[in-house]
Write a protein that binds this ligand. Structure first.
Ligand code: PMP
Length: 444
């Protein structure tokens, strides 16, 4: 067995040896369609020559310089590209190596901001159940994924409390309209502010579109506008985690653009560097930066590898390719096709409860009984079966288990690279459909 610690310590995963376009190749030489870009990471697919060339060029000129001593060109240019035109008032960027680090930075920046502006009593965060913000302890404290939290519960911070996410498939009552359900969620959030004391709250944190924990769960119209209004009323910040849903994945560069609001701090990662280098970051509103400038003038946080020259050069090339090749047009067009094919294939499937998503970010929720929404017995590990059956058919997809909160069904995420073609979308849905049927047949 391998000496590397894998997710499973009982079974080693297959080796990936090579990647090209939307395909990954293993030891048997078979082409596997990377139908989810890993975990919605590989937005440009694999082996993109321009990104590879940019990484090599950066390596030849400068691999590393500590940010306490120097800035570097690739980080400066990446910040210019991301916030140079101040989207939604976001004027500054900070880069790290992962989504979890981005969430940690957002949490700490938000707390320090209130010290800088003379509101030290703000010590609490409100986040959402069935959310995921990362595996480091701060991010895990913010997250509401019960399965991931459980082993570490004694280590998690009590500064975070949780309200319901917007999850109409299971949580909207039969006698409620969308608007009534949204009003109920907003009342719950307002009540949580009141319970904590509104002037003790630093921020509300949410994934704009919930990724791994719920499976591409989009908010209903009016939800985020209501959230923004509550945060503003109480002087709290709005932190949006777009690690999975952002950087074009949902068809606009930022998922919040489709919600009619903008955040005070946004976390980005996966699609930022497309997997070519480990990189995450935060985008920060000008008024937060102003608070720091008028206060101590320094963010008390940092990492040795923050704003790493090679990671930033890779992300810069990824973002340039996306912009110059107008790939978000393809995300929207192929996303519409993916939705249409999923609805055709699964709309009447007896074990598919919900099909949801946006752009090239789609999930199907699998249930034992479509009428009652009863989940499959977690012991059957349906999501693992889907993953195996898909792999056997030449497709990698991203499945999550129905054990998450004992309530969701198993779901699988499809998030192909932005370069995907119509023929490849057809192949993805065909292979995925066959894999789901075979996996369910295996459950008896
Ligand atoms: N936030 C969200 C929404 C995520 O989907 C993830 C990763 N799945 C993270 C944070 C953590 O990112 P990382 O794994 O890069 O630390």
């Amino acid at each position: 067995m391998s000496h590397l610690i894998h997710r499973s310590l009982r079974q080693d995963p297959p080796l990936a040896l090579r990647g090209e376009g939307i395909h990954l190749y293993g030891e048997d030489g078979r082409a596997i369609i990377d139908g989810s870009g890993g975990a919605a990471v590989a937005c440009l697919g694999h082996g993109h020559p321009r990104v590879v060339a940019a990484i090599k060029a950066q390596l030849d000129s400068l691999a590393y310089a500590h940010t306490a001593l120097f800035s570097c060109e690739s980080a400066e240019r990446l910040a210019d590209v991301l916030v140079g035109h101040a989207p939604g008032g976001l004027t500054h960027a900070w880069f790290c190596s992962s989504g979890s680090e981005g969430n940690e930075a957002a949490i700490k920046l938000a707390r320090q901001y209130f010290l800088e502006i003379g509101e030290p009593q703000r010590t609490r965060f409100i986040a959402r159940r069935q959310s995921y913000h990362g595996n480091t302890l701060g991010a895990l404290s913010a997250g509401g994924n019960a399965m991931r939290r459980a082993p570490y519960a004694p280590l998690l911070s009590p500064a975070f409390s949780h309200v319901s996410p917007c999850y109409p498939y299971r949580d909207r009552r039969d006698d409620e309209s969308d608007a009534q359900y949204v009003a109920r969620l907003l009342a719950e959030l307002e009540a949580e502010f009141q319970r904590l004391g509104p002037d003790t709250v630093i921020a509300f944190m949410a994934e704009t579109v919930v990724g791994a924990t719920l499976g591409c769960a989009t908010a209903l119209p009016g939800y985020f506008e209501g959230v923004r209004a509550i945060c503003d009323r109480h002087g709290a910040l709005l932190i949006l985690d777009e690690v999975m849903s952002g950087m074009g994945r949902c068809g606009t560069l930022h998922a919040w653009e489709q919600e009619g609001i903008s955040p005070d701090i946004q976390i980005v990662a996966k699609g930022l560097g497309g997997g070519y280098q480990p990189i995450g970051g935060i985008l920060v509103h000008g008024r937060v930066i102003e608070g720091f400038r008028r206060g101590s003038g320094a963010f008390m946080h940092g990492h040795t590898y923050q704003a790493h020259p090679i990671a930033c050069a890779a992300a810069l090339a990824v973002q340039q390719v996306i912009a110059e090749e107008r790939l978000l047009d393809n995300v929207r067009a192929m996303g519409a096709l993916l939705e249409q094919r999923l609805v055709e294939r699964f709309g009447n499937h007896r074990h598919v409860g919900d099909i949801r998503g946006r752009g090239l970010f789609w999930a199907v929720e699998l249930v034992r009984d479509r009428a009652t929404k009863q989940v499959f017995d977690p012991a059957l590990k349906l999501n693992e079966r889907v993953k195996r059956e898909a792999h056997d058919r030449g497709l990698a997809c991203y499945p999550m288990g129905g054990t998450i909160d004992g309530r969701q069904g198993d779901h699988a995420i499809l998030a192909p690279p932005y370069i995907v073609t119509a023929a490849q979308v057809e192949a993805i849905v065909e292979r995925f459909g066959a894999a789901v049927d075979a996996a369910i047949a295996g459950c008896g």
